[in-house]
Design a protein around this ligand. Structure first.
Ligand SMILES: [Zn+2]
Length: 277
Protein backbone atom coordinates (compact mmCIF):
# COMPACT_ATOMS: atom_id res chain seq x y z
CA UNK A 1 0.00 0.00 0.00
CA UNK A 2 1.25 3.50 -0.87
CA UNK A 3 2.36 5.25 2.30
CA UNK A 4 1.67 8.71 0.94
CA UNK A 5 -1.98 8.04 0.71
CA UNK A 6 -2.19 7.05 4.39
CA UNK A 7 -4.41 9.45 6.13
CA UNK A 8 -3.58 10.50 9.62
CA UNK A 9 -6.13 8.83 11.75
CA UNK A 10 -7.68 11.08 14.36
CA UNK A 11 -6.34 8.70 17.00
CA UNK A 12 -2.77 9.30 15.80
CA UNK A 13 -2.84 13.13 16.23
CA UNK A 14 -0.30 14.14 18.87
CA UNK A 15 -1.56 15.57 21.99
CA UNK A 16 0.69 18.65 22.60
CA UNK A 17 0.80 20.94 25.55
CA UNK A 18 2.15 24.46 25.78
CA UNK A 19 4.85 23.28 28.19
CA UNK A 20 5.99 20.72 25.65
CA UNK A 21 6.29 23.38 22.91
CA UNK A 22 8.32 25.69 25.12
CA UNK A 23 10.58 22.90 26.26
CA UNK A 24 11.17 21.65 22.70
CA UNK A 25 11.89 25.16 21.53
CA UNK A 26 14.48 25.62 24.28
CA UNK A 27 16.07 22.29 23.40
CA UNK A 28 16.29 23.21 19.72
CA UNK A 29 17.95 26.48 20.65
CA UNK A 30 20.59 24.66 22.69
CA UNK A 31 21.22 22.12 19.95
CA UNK A 32 21.64 24.91 17.38
CA UNK A 33 24.24 26.54 19.59
CA UNK A 34 26.05 23.25 19.95
CA UNK A 35 25.97 22.77 16.18
CA UNK A 36 27.44 26.24 15.59
CA UNK A 37 30.14 25.55 18.15
CA UNK A 38 31.00 22.26 16.40
CA UNK A 39 31.18 24.12 13.10
CA UNK A 40 33.55 26.74 14.56
CA UNK A 41 35.84 24.20 16.20
CA UNK A 42 36.01 22.16 13.00
CA UNK A 43 36.76 25.26 10.91
CA UNK A 44 39.53 26.27 13.28
CA UNK A 45 40.99 22.81 12.99
CA UNK A 46 40.79 22.88 9.21
CA UNK A 47 42.47 26.29 9.08
CA UNK A 48 45.22 25.07 11.39
CA UNK A 49 45.95 22.08 9.17
CA UNK A 50 45.65 24.12 6.01
CA UNK A 51 47.78 27.11 6.97
CA UNK A 52 49.90 26.23 9.98
CA UNK A 53 50.77 22.63 9.16
CA UNK A 54 50.75 22.45 5.36
CA UNK A 55 51.11 26.16 4.55
CA UNK A 56 54.48 26.25 6.25
CA UNK A 57 55.55 23.01 4.57
CA UNK A 58 54.46 24.31 1.17
CA UNK A 59 56.28 27.61 1.68
CA UNK A 60 59.41 25.72 2.66
CA UNK A 61 59.26 23.50 -0.42
CA UNK A 62 58.51 26.47 -2.66
CA UNK A 63 61.54 28.25 -1.29
CA UNK A 64 63.63 25.17 -1.93
CA UNK A 65 62.32 25.03 -5.50
CA UNK A 66 62.99 28.76 -6.07
CA UNK A 67 66.52 28.49 -4.74
CA UNK A 68 67.23 25.58 -7.02
CA UNK A 69 65.81 27.45 -10.01
CA UNK A 70 67.78 30.60 -9.17
CA UNK A 71 71.00 28.62 -8.99
CA UNK A 72 70.28 27.06 -12.41
CA UNK A 73 69.37 30.45 -13.86
CA UNK A 74 72.62 31.95 -12.61
CA UNK A 75 74.60 29.19 -14.30
CA UNK A 76 72.61 29.63 -17.50
CA UNK A 77 72.96 33.46 -17.55
CA UNK A 78 76.68 33.21 -16.99
CA UNK A 79 77.03 30.84 -19.94
CA UNK A 80 74.91 33.15 -22.14
CA UNK A 81 76.95 36.22 -21.17
CA UNK A 82 80.18 34.38 -21.88
CA UNK A 83 79.00 33.36 -25.36
CA UNK A 84 77.74 36.87 -26.03
CA UNK A 85 81.11 38.37 -25.16
CA UNK A 86 82.73 35.84 -27.44
CA UNK A 87 80.32 36.67 -30.28
CA UNK A 88 81.02 40.36 -29.75
CA UNK A 89 84.76 39.77 -30.04
CA UNK A 90 84.29 38.07 -33.40
CA UNK A 91 81.68 40.64 -34.43
CA UNK A 92 84.28 43.41 -34.12
CA UNK A 93 86.16 42.00 -37.10
CA UNK A 94 82.99 41.89 -39.19
CA UNK A 95 81.83 45.34 -38.09
CA UNK A 96 85.22 46.76 -38.98
CA UNK A 97 85.29 45.06 -42.39
CA UNK A 98 81.81 46.45 -43.13
CA UNK A 99 82.94 49.95 -42.21
CA UNK A 100 86.11 49.70 -44.29
CA UNK A 101 84.10 48.54 -47.31
CA UNK A 102 81.60 51.38 -46.78
CA UNK A 103 84.49 53.81 -46.94
CA UNK A 104 86.21 52.20 -49.92
CA UNK A 105 83.11 52.59 -52.07
CA UNK A 106 82.51 56.26 -51.27
CA UNK A 107 82.32 58.45 -54.32
CA UNK A 108 84.67 61.41 -54.60
CA UNK A 109 83.90 62.15 -58.22
CA UNK A 110 80.82 64.31 -57.73
CA UNK A 111 81.42 67.94 -56.82
CA UNK A 112 80.29 69.04 -53.37
CA UNK A 113 80.35 72.73 -54.29
CA UNK A 114 77.33 74.83 -53.42
CA UNK A 115 77.02 77.87 -55.64
CA UNK A 116 75.71 81.24 -54.41
CA UNK A 117 72.51 80.94 -56.42
CA UNK A 118 71.89 77.25 -55.90
CA UNK A 119 69.22 77.74 -53.25
CA UNK A 120 65.79 79.06 -54.16
CA UNK A 121 62.52 79.51 -52.30
CA UNK A 122 58.93 79.88 -53.43
CA UNK A 123 59.08 83.70 -53.49
CA UNK A 124 62.76 83.81 -54.41
CA UNK A 125 63.96 85.72 -51.32
CA UNK A 126 67.39 84.33 -50.50
CA UNK A 127 70.58 85.84 -49.14
CA UNK A 128 73.85 83.96 -49.44
CA UNK A 129 76.15 84.18 -46.40
CA UNK A 130 79.01 82.10 -47.74
CA UNK A 131 80.54 78.82 -46.66
CA UNK A 132 80.47 77.74 -43.04
CA UNK A 133 82.60 74.74 -43.98
CA UNK A 134 84.48 74.32 -47.23
CA UNK A 135 86.51 71.19 -46.86
CA UNK A 136 87.56 68.36 -49.12
CA UNK A 137 84.84 65.91 -48.07
CA UNK A 138 82.15 68.27 -46.74
CA UNK A 139 80.82 71.64 -47.75
CA UNK A 140 78.18 73.57 -45.85
CA UNK A 141 76.86 76.96 -46.94
CA UNK A 142 74.66 79.37 -45.02
CA UNK A 143 71.67 81.21 -46.42
CA UNK A 144 68.92 83.40 -45.09
CA UNK A 145 65.58 82.54 -46.65
CA UNK A 146 61.99 83.60 -46.12
CA UNK A 147 59.86 80.89 -44.57
CA UNK A 148 56.09 80.59 -44.46
CA UNK A 149 55.61 81.71 -40.85
CA UNK A 150 53.53 84.81 -40.03
CA UNK A 151 55.89 86.32 -37.41
CA UNK A 152 59.49 85.12 -37.61
CA UNK A 153 59.54 85.19 -41.37
CA UNK A 154 63.29 84.69 -41.88
CA UNK A 155 65.27 81.51 -41.39
CA UNK A 156 69.00 81.13 -41.19
CA UNK A 157 69.70 77.79 -42.80
CA UNK A 158 72.71 75.59 -43.41
CA UNK A 159 72.75 73.37 -46.48
CA UNK A 160 75.49 70.97 -47.32
CA UNK A 161 76.90 67.98 -49.11
CA UNK A 162 79.35 65.43 -47.89
CA UNK A 163 81.20 62.46 -49.29
CA UNK A 164 80.14 60.67 -46.12
CA UNK A 165 76.59 59.49 -45.74
CA UNK A 166 74.64 56.79 -43.94
CA UNK A 167 75.45 54.33 -42.50
CA UNK A 168 78.76 56.05 -41.69
CA UNK A 169 77.13 59.23 -40.45
CA UNK A 170 73.62 60.55 -40.05
CA UNK A 171 73.49 64.17 -41.14
CA UNK A 172 70.99 66.59 -39.65
CA UNK A 173 68.15 67.09 -42.09
CA UNK A 174 65.11 69.24 -41.35
CA UNK A 175 62.17 68.30 -43.53
CA UNK A 176 59.51 70.74 -44.69
CA UNK A 177 61.90 73.68 -45.11
CA UNK A 178 60.83 76.20 -47.77
CA UNK A 179 63.84 75.59 -49.96
CA UNK A 180 64.79 74.07 -53.29
CA UNK A 181 68.13 73.43 -54.87
CA UNK A 182 68.89 73.93 -58.54
CA UNK A 183 71.79 71.50 -58.22
CA UNK A 184 72.34 68.06 -56.72
CA UNK A 185 70.28 67.27 -53.64
CA UNK A 186 71.61 68.34 -50.26
CA UNK A 187 72.34 65.72 -47.65
CA UNK A 188 72.56 68.34 -44.89
CA UNK A 189 69.73 70.80 -44.27
CA UNK A 190 69.29 72.58 -41.01
CA UNK A 191 67.30 75.58 -39.82
CA UNK A 192 69.67 77.24 -37.35
CA UNK A 193 67.51 80.14 -36.24
CA UNK A 194 64.42 82.13 -37.13
CA UNK A 195 63.70 85.85 -36.73
CA UNK A 196 61.50 88.69 -37.97
CA UNK A 197 64.66 90.56 -38.97
CA UNK A 198 67.45 89.11 -41.17
CA UNK A 199 69.97 91.47 -39.54
CA UNK A 200 69.34 89.82 -36.16
CA UNK A 201 70.15 86.46 -37.74
CA UNK A 202 73.48 87.83 -39.00
CA UNK A 203 74.22 89.28 -35.58
CA UNK A 204 73.46 85.93 -33.92
CA UNK A 205 75.72 84.22 -36.43
CA UNK A 206 78.60 86.66 -35.74
CA UNK A 207 78.36 85.70 -32.05
CA UNK A 208 78.43 81.97 -32.78
CA UNK A 209 82.12 81.61 -33.61
CA UNK A 210 82.03 78.00 -32.39
CA UNK A 211 79.37 76.92 -34.90
CA UNK A 212 81.84 75.61 -37.49
CA UNK A 213 83.99 73.92 -34.84
CA UNK A 214 80.99 72.11 -33.37
CA UNK A 215 79.84 70.97 -36.79
CA UNK A 216 83.31 69.79 -37.72
CA UNK A 217 83.99 67.67 -34.62
CA UNK A 218 82.42 64.44 -35.88
CA UNK A 219 83.43 65.12 -39.47
CA UNK A 220 87.11 65.48 -38.58
CA UNK A 221 87.11 62.10 -36.85
CA UNK A 222 85.45 60.48 -39.84
CA UNK A 223 87.84 62.19 -42.27
CA UNK A 224 90.86 60.92 -40.36
CA UNK A 225 89.46 57.41 -40.34
CA UNK A 226 88.68 57.63 -44.07
CA UNK A 227 92.17 58.82 -44.98
CA UNK A 228 93.67 56.00 -42.91
CA UNK A 229 91.42 53.37 -44.47
CA UNK A 230 92.34 54.56 -47.98
CA UNK A 231 96.03 54.37 -47.09
CA UNK A 232 95.87 50.95 -45.50
CA UNK A 233 93.37 49.06 -47.64
CA UNK A 234 92.91 48.20 -51.26
CA UNK A 235 89.51 46.94 -52.43
CA UNK A 236 91.25 43.91 -53.94
CA UNK A 237 92.33 42.75 -50.48
CA UNK A 238 88.69 42.29 -49.53
CA UNK A 239 87.63 41.02 -52.96
CA UNK A 240 86.12 37.83 -51.51
CA UNK A 241 83.55 39.93 -49.69
CA UNK A 242 82.53 41.77 -52.86
CA UNK A 243 79.73 40.24 -54.92
CA UNK A 244 78.96 42.90 -57.53
CA UNK A 245 80.90 45.78 -59.05
CA UNK A 246 79.83 48.80 -61.04
CA UNK A 247 81.60 48.75 -64.42
CA UNK A 248 81.75 52.56 -64.44
CA UNK A 249 82.80 53.67 -60.95
CA UNK A 250 84.22 52.34 -57.68
CA UNK A 251 80.79 51.38 -56.36
CA UNK A 252 80.18 47.76 -55.32
CA UNK A 253 77.91 45.47 -53.33
CA UNK A 254 79.21 43.19 -50.61
CA UNK A 255 78.05 40.08 -48.79
CA UNK A 256 76.64 42.47 -46.19
CA UNK A 257 74.29 44.13 -48.67
CA UNK A 258 70.88 42.75 -49.50
CA UNK A 259 70.40 42.43 -53.26
CA UNK A 260 67.11 40.51 -53.20
CA UNK A 261 68.36 37.94 -55.72
CA UNK A 262 68.34 40.49 -58.54
CA UNK A 263 71.20 42.15 -60.36
CA UNK A 264 71.86 45.29 -58.31
CA UNK A 265 72.15 48.66 -60.05
CA UNK A 266 74.54 51.51 -59.46
CA UNK A 267 72.44 54.60 -58.82
CA UNK A 268 75.33 57.01 -59.23
CA UNK A 269 74.72 57.23 -62.95
CA UNK A 270 71.82 58.25 -65.14
CA UNK A 271 70.56 55.90 -66.45
CA UNK A 272 71.32 53.43 -63.64
CA UNK A 273 73.95 50.87 -64.54
CA UNK A 274 73.69 47.13 -63.90
CA UNK A 275 76.48 45.88 -61.67
CA UNK A 276 78.54 42.88 -62.73
CA UNK A 277 79.94 39.89 -60.88
ZN1 LIG B 1 78.67 53.29 -60.65
Amino acid sequence: MDTQTVMVEPKNILKVTAAQVLSERKLIEELSQARDEARRVRSDEIDRVKWDVYGAKIRAIEEERDNEIRALEAVRDKAIAEKEREIERHQTVITQAKRILEMLRLSETESLDISEDEVTTRDGTVENLGYLINDLYMKIRLFIITNRKPKNRYSLIAVGRSVFDEPLVKHPYDYGVNVWTTGRRFSILRVLRESHDPELLKKWLSLRKDLATETLAEYERLKQEYVMVKQQYKVEELAELILWKCPQCNNFMTIFDYCGGETPKCYRHEPHVDMVR
